[in-house]
Design a protein around this ligand. Structure first.
Ligand code: XMP
Length: 479
């Protein structure tokens, strides 16, 4: 047995010392950061891979706002793939399978499609894959003969662009020709996609959005450590997952290292996040195994009981500092996972060396999380639960079509998480706005103009319980 000499700290043990600041406008401070070795975020916030936090809807909002969501793994591979595809289909500036008809279809056919899909502007093919015309709303005006073939009314002179057209080029062409739709055709005239003005305008609504190389929203996916999970990884990457998060409670383990090495070997270009760990040694082992980011946090989460049940863990700020001291010089970002209750904790996590934070329960209370909004004693709430809770595992079995959990299994199950009600918090977008605003304020107090500068300039001071009490509203009746 040995006892380490250090006292471990967490968010409430410290404050950041205010420093002379030349920041003129807090809201203009950049919160850009790195998620992994190869991926950037405009805001350093990730929604947790929990079944009460991140499915497609949350992931879409997270990416639009400049962060990212990690789709949890408590579902079948097919369902997780479907969730990734849903995110990828949202806001792609290229429609990969546009609706088409052929020259021999009729005015009646096109009217029906326009009515059913609200699509104005149907592409017409020659019967094969070659684009030969387009039917615009104008072409259909005053057209009463429903039996007329499209070849007689379509616009033949279609403005097209090559498959590798960029967003900027597309915008220019659409504007120059005053058109709404730009079909993409290859050298043989084969239709391979469509860019629409409407989709481009939607993109402009979310200027900070996290995107992949094809302009689609970015999304991550969690996997486990069983060797069968390699199949899951393959399918998720095929579906477009931008990073794979190998997520188990004790990431500094042989099981985790083995799967990470296998993923690295089989999928050379995948961005891999490994975790969770809480020590410098664990961080180094993950880096040696081949990860692109390390997720830190053993037991700080709001719904975690690991420290109670197993007596193991490290208070989160010390864990972040120790892991960052090893990872930062090797260019590997740290994700601080769990225990974030307010924007001040985000500031402290980043000042301690993390490049981003992962959030569970705070986001579980928003509109975009899975699960129903409920009312109890006049208060609205949603549910957050630990992935190692009995309830989450019962739900996983049902969702994956496995046999119902038996009484014996229930009695044997050692839970390391709880299920809890969390207050309803409105939209995730508003919540992220509050967290980012608070982060920018914290940066201003430390005269940091970037997330990296926050780490370089931060000076922490420890406080006592009395200091903590003074730090919160006190001697007033908060309304
Ligand atoms: P917050 O505090 O944001 O924490 O709700 C979310 C993180 O908690 C972790 N997590 C668990 N930890 N038992 C644990 O010890 C669990 O059942 C459990 N479920 C989630 C996880 O790292 C998550 O991102």
């Amino acid at each position: 047995m040995k006892v380490l000499p250090d006292v471990a700290l967490t968010y409430d043990d410290v404050l950041l010392v205010p420093q002379y600041s030349d920041v003129a406008s807090r809201r203009k401070l950049s919160t850009q950061t790195r998620l992994t070795r190869g991926m950037n975020l405009q805001i350093p916030i990730i929604s947790a891979n929990m079944d009460t936090v991140t499915e497609a809807e949350m992931a879409i909002t997270m990416a639009r706002e400049g962060g990212i969501g990690i789709i949890h793994r408590f579902m079948t591979i097919d369902e997780q793939v479907w969730q990734i595809q849903r995110v990828k289909k949202t806001e792609s500036f290229i429609v990969e399978n546009p609706i088409t008809l052929t020259v021999s279809h009729t005015v009646g056919d096109v009217k029906k499609i326009v009515e059913e899909t609200y699509t104005g502007g149907i592409l017409v093919l020659d019967g094969g894959e070659r684009l030969v015309g387009i039917i615009t709303t104008r072409d259909l005006l005053f057209e009463e003969d429903d039996h007329k073939p499209l070849s007689e009314i379509m616009t033949r002179d279609v403005v097209t662009a090559p498959p590798d057209t960029t967003l900027e080029q597309a915008e220019k062409i659409l504007h120059e020709h005053r058109i709404e739709k730009l079909p993409l055709v290859d050298a043989n005239g084969k239709l391979v996609g469509l860019i629409t003005m409407k989709d481009i305008m939607k993109i402009a609504e979310f200027p900070k959005a996290t995107k992949d190389a094809r302009g689609r929203l970015a999304v991550g996916a969690a996997v486990g450590v069983k060797s069968t999970e390699l199949k899951r990884v393959e399918r998720l990457l095929e579906a477009g997952a931008d990073c794979i998060v190998v997520d188990i409670a004790h990431g500094d383990s042989k099981l985790e290292m083995d799967i990470i090495k296998a993923i690295r070997k089989n999928f050379t270009h995948a961005q891999i996040v490994g975790g969770n760990v809480a020590t410098a040694d664990g961080t180094q082992r993950l880096i040696d195994a081949g990860v692109d980011a390390v997720k830190v946090g053993v037991g700080p989460g709001s719904i975690c009981i690991t420290r109670v049940v197993a007596g193991a863990g490290i208070p989160q700020l010390t864990a972040i500092m120790n892991c960052a001291a090893v990872a930062r010089p090797q260019n590997i970002p740290i994700i601080a996972d769990g225990g974030i209750r307010a924007s001040g904790d985000v500031v402290k996590a980043l000042a301690g060396g993390a490049s981003s934070v992962m959030i569970g329960s705070l986001l579980a209370g928003t509109d975009e999380s899975p699960g129903l909004l409920m009312t109890r004693k006049g208060h609205r709430y949603k549910v957050s639960r630990g992935m190692a809770s009995l309830q989450a595992n019962v739900a996983r079995k049902a969702r994956e079509g496995e046999a119902e959990i038996t009484q014996e299994e229930i009695e044997d199950y050692v839970s390391e998480g709880v299920e809890a009600a969390v207050p309803y918090r409105g939209s995730a977008r508003e919540m992220l706005g509050q967290l980012v605003g608070g982060l920018q304020s914290g940066m201003s107090y430390t005269n940091a103009h970037s997330v990296d500068e926050l780490y370089e300039k931060a000076v922490f001071i420890r406080m006592t319980e009395v200091g903590l009490a003074e730090s919160k509203p006190h001697d007033v009746d908060v309304m």
